[in-house]
Design a binder for this molecule. Sequence first.
Ligand code: AP5
Length: 236
Amino acid sequence: MSASEITEASIHPASCLSVKPRIYVVMGAPGVGKGTQARRLSETFGLPQISTGDILRAMAKEDTALGMELRLILSTGELVSDEVLARVIEERTSKPDCANGYILDGFPRTLYQAQLLENIAKDQGKEIQVLKLIVPRSSLLKRLTGRRSCPTCGEIYNIYLKPPKREGLCDLDGTPLVHRSDDRPETVSIRVANYEKLTKPLTDYYLESGRLVKIQAEKPVEEVFQELCAILTQAS
Ligand code: AP5
């Protein structure tokens, strides 16, 4: 089957069950399209999408000391501590829905986290496959400042690139869309700088062990998705 023939309907989740379970790491700069693609891959391949950003944003709403601390960190664009991430990822990936593999969106982001993931993969008997999305830096700002998302179903829009049919409302459930507080231009620069300094070096780490595929993602969402589908299908 060619990549162009792959549709969500043509891939049955059961087709993933016969292979060694995989952990797919969708990696790339802030705004590159990790969440957009991870969500579609999750629906298509029947694997859970684990977005550390979404989990941390939900935790930040809690009225606890940790919730307050997270609200502050997320609003500045700095990274949350490896210690908190270790707890989050160990707990989430040990749930039964992860048994046949899962899709990580936003994790790992530091060398410490990459090493933690090696241990988790070993313990769980899974292989790691990294899918690195690449777009020119100049596109990231437009993607991030224009992003709007649905707090109910998680659908992602962009006022410049993928506007909802009715302004400010989700196409799927009509919920008013929200603008993330860390998508302000000044916070975006901090997030991009942290990515360059702490996360980009992981590219070499995964390239050296032959587990990283680069995908040029400066093209329509559907085309990027088809390329990713082809990679996941070959792997199974
Ligand atoms: P997180 O939520 O992970 O943010 P991020 O990595 O900065 O990535 P984004 O969610 O902003 O972008 P994306 O790549 O998912 O793009 P999207 O698909 O939405 O993390 C937030 C914060 O949490 C971090 O700053 C940190 O504080 C903390 N955190 C999270 N994980 C952590 C960790 N492991 N360790 C420590 N701290 C952690 O798309 C963006 C826009 O582009 C959308 O509007 C979309 O419609 C549009 N778009 C997507 N694809 C295309 C396309 N092909 N063409 C045109 N437009 C497109």
